[in-house]
Design a protein around this ligand. Structure first.
Ligand SMILES: Nc1ncnc2c1ncn2[C@@H]1O[C@H](COP(=O)(O)OP(=O)(O)OP(=O)(O)O)[C@@H](O)[C@H]1O
Length: 326
């Protein structure tokens, strides 16, 4: 997939701490009474690739549809780029590319002709530059060789890439993508992930929803974890990884004495459960803990150092497993 330099759109809000998307108390209660999105406070930093991660049914699509003004929130407010929504939608939305349940493409038309049609009906697009922009968008997603093929002959990955090409008919500062790799085979998934990384590298902020932790780990700089409509964690991925600090687990028939020893060593987050005592190791080498237990005469039947992975952290936050397939 080629990624020619694309004119970088001017950033209207730049610098440290700038946010491309913010929501405050964003809520959607459907007529059925179901609260699909519950007082969501998102903060998507400008320039980030933000993974909006949650199991199926957790409210991701509803949130994205509210962000784009396709669903009316029950409560709360949100901003895209430098504008308030929906008040500033006319000024802001042309700078936002969105992929939500795929645009309606005509199966009997080629990819190229589908893009021509979409560009022609966009009243804000300049017809004089149409051919050039369509060519660049197709090239950007690696579909130039298949541009003249009919849409119905496209693989799922090609269809998704054409959807992305449609969002790239003009420079975008922000891309909002709902499960962009859903239903794709491994090759299509790789293609779309590479493209997302390319787009981010050229300066766009990307907000993408996914139920795949591996996707977040591969391409995102930030993550927001949503569970039953509520945001349970948000921040730079590196920071969340920081919460995967190693712990010691000690098995002993004198747990109270083991607790006293690890406290003496100033270990934190000490937990005792029956014969099992665990604590965050911090920077202390684990052999110091072993030596201290021996010194204190604590009988040790089992000792191990455990490093939880990101999935365990998220399962701890949501009480639910994530689909970890890549
Ligand atoms: N129009 C609607 N009317 C009533 N309930 C709805 C409507 N749309 C979505 N819901 C419900 O709201 C909840 C959140 O759905 P949503 O599609 O936003 O979740 P999601 O995280 O995107 O899940 P998925 O990945 O499966 O699409 C679900 O329980 C869903 O059944």
């Amino acid at each position: 997939m080629t990624a020619p330099a694309v004119e970088r759109p001017p950033m209207t809000e730049a610098g440290e701490g700038a946010l491309a998307v913010t929501t405050a108390g964003l809520t959607k209660q459907f007529r059925s009474g179901q609260v699909a999105v519950d007082r969501l406070d998102l903060a998507v930093p400008t320039g980030s690739v933000y993974g909006f991660l949650g199991p199926n049914g957790s409210g991701k699509t509803t949130t994205i549809r509210m962000l784009l003004g396709l669903v009316r929130p029950t409560a709360g407010s949100h901003r895209l780029l430098d504008g308030r929504m929906p008040e500033d939608a006319a000024a802001v939305l042309p700078r936002v590319g969105a992929l939500v349940e795929g645009p309606a493409f005509y199966p009997h038309l080629s990819g190229l002709d589908n893009l021509r049609r979409l560009d022609a009906v966009d009243g804000t697009a300049d017809p004089a530059t149409s051919a050039e922009r369509i060519g660049a968008a197709l090239d950007r997603v690696g579909l130039t060789p298949a541009g003249k093929k009919r849409y119905r002959a496209y693989s799922l990955g090609m269809r998704q890439r054409l959807g992305l090409a449609a969002t790239l008919l003009r420079p975008r500062e922000l891309l909002i993508l709902d499960e962009p790799t859903n239903g794709l085979d491994p090759q299509g998934t790789r293609e779309v992930r590479t493209l997302v990384a390319d787009l981010a590298a050229s300066g766009a902020t990307v907000l993408l929803s996914t139920h795949l932790l591996a996707e977040v780990e591969q391409i995102c700089t930030h993550v927001g974890v949503v569970h039953r409509g509520r945001l349970v964690a948000q921040g730079p991925l590196a920071e969340l990884r920081g919460s995967t600090a190693p712990r010691v687990e000690i098995e002993t028939d004198r747990p109270a004495d083991a607790v006293a020893t690890v406290r003496r060593l100033a270990l934190t987050d000490v937990l005792a459960d029956g014969r099992r005592v665990s604590a965050a190791l911090g920077d202390l080498p684990s052999d110091r803990v072993v030596a201290a237990l021996v010194y204190d005469g604590v009988p040790v039947q089992g000792f191990r150092v455990v490093v939880p992975d990101l999935e365990e952290v998220f399962v701890g936050l949501t009480g639910e497993g994530f689909d970890v397939s890549a």
